[in-house]
Write a protein that binds this ligand. Structure first.
Ligand code: FES
Length: 273
C-alpha cells in the first residue's frame, strides 16, 4: 500500500528574494514520470518538509498550466522556513500533495473576479493572476485589491506592470515611504461601488482579521454570500483528513473540505471566520 506521508522529492531550481522577509522558490519534481502526472488546481496547497525541521502547508503560487516546475512564495517565520531560507539552488526538498478542494473555475465563467489579498496572501492568488496573463481567454475580468503594511513588504512588485495588461491592480499600504504613489490605508477602503460590480465573485486570502471587514464591505456592495470565498489555511498538519487538527466546529475539515469555503458555507461556523 502507498504511504500517504511519503514525500515527493523536488529540487530547488531558482530562489528569488521578493521582500525582506519573503522568497520565491521554484521547485522541480525530480522523477520525470511523477513530474508529468503532477497536477494542481487554483487554491490547492501542498505540505513541504525538511528532515529534522518538520512540515508545513503552503499554497502553490504559479500557474497550474506550467508543468515543468512550480513555485511557492514563503515568509520567513519559524524553524522550517528559516532552514528553507538558508537553502541553495540544487538542494532537495520533500513535498506531499496537492491537497484541498481548490477553486472550481466554472464558478467564474463570464463573471467579474475580485481578488482581495493582504500581506503574503497575494502569493496563492498569483496562480490565477499568472494563469490569466498566460491564458487571457480563460477569464472574463479580474480586479486585484492588495494591501500591505508598507511598500517594502509587497510581493511580486516587479510583475505589476506586466499583470496590469490583463488585470486591474489596486494597491494600498498602511505606512507609505517617500516614493509611494498608490493608496494609503486598509484594503477595505479600495472596495467602492464605483469599482466593484455586485454580481462579482470574490476570493479573499490574507490575515483572518482582514476577512471580517472585507466580507462585510462586499456584502454591503451587493455580493452574494455564496460568491465570496475565503481561504482558511490555518491549523493544518496532516493535510489529508487524518490528524483532526483542522476540524472546524460543525465537522468541516479545512484540509479536505477546504481550504476555500464560501462565506455562505461557514458564516454560522464558530471560529470559521
Ligand atoms: S490537517 Fe489533519 S485532518 Fe486536516
Amino acid at each position: 500500500m502507498k504511504n500517504q506521508y511519503e514525500p515527493i522529492q523536488t529540487s530547488i531550481v531558482k530562489i528569488e528574494q521578493l521582500s525582506p522577509i519573503n522568497k520565491l522558490f521554484t521547485l522541480k519534481i525530480k522523477n520525470k514520470q511523477t513530474r508529468n502526472t503532477f497536477k494542481f488546481r487554483h487554491g490547492q496547497f501542498f505540505i513541504l518538509s525538511f528532515p529534522g525541521f518538520g512540515e508545513a502547508p503552503f499554497g502553490f503560487c504559479s500557474s497550474p498550466t506550467i508543468r515543468e516546475t512550480f513555485q511557492v512564495s514563503i515568509d520567513q517565520r519559524g524553524s522550517l522556513t528559516s532552514k528553507l531560507f538558508k537553502s541553495k539552488v540544487g538542494d532537495n526538498i520533500g513535498i506531499r500533495g496537492p491537497y484541498g478542494n481548490g477553486f472550481d473555475q466554472k464558478k467564474i465563467k463570464n463573471r467579474n473576479l475580485v481578488l482581495v489579498a493582504g500581506g503574503c496572501g497575494l502569493s496563492p492568488l498569483r496562480t490565477i493572476i499568472q494563469d490569466a496573463n498566460l491564458h487571457p481567454e480563460k477569464f472574463q475580468n479580474i480586479q486585484v485589491f492588495y494591501g500591505c503594511r508598507n511598500p517594502e513588504l509587497l510581493v511580486f512588485k516587479d510583475d505589476y506592470n506586466q499583470w496590469n495588461k490583463n488585470i486591474e491592480m489596486n494597491l494600498t499600504v498602511d505606512a507609505p515611504d517617500k516614493n509611494w504613489k498608490g493608496d494609503i490605508g486598509v484594503v477595505t477602503n479600495l472596495l467602492t461601488p464605483e469599482k466593484i460590480s455586485s454580481d462579482s465573485v470574490a476570493i479573499l486570502v490574507g490575515p483572518p482579521i482582514m476577512y471580517k471587514f472585507v466580507i462585510q464591505k462586499l456584502i454591503e456592495l451587493g455580493l452574494n454570500e455564496k460568491d465570496i470565498y475565503v481561504s482558511l489555511e490555518r491549523r493544518m498538519h496532516c493535510g489529508i483528513g487524518v490528524c483532526q487538527h483542522c476540524v472546524l466546529v460543525g465537522g468541516k475539515y479545512v484540509c479536505t473540505d477546504g481550504p476555500l469555503f464560501s462565506y455562505a458555507e461557514i458564516k454560522d461556523t464558530p471560529e470559521g471566520i
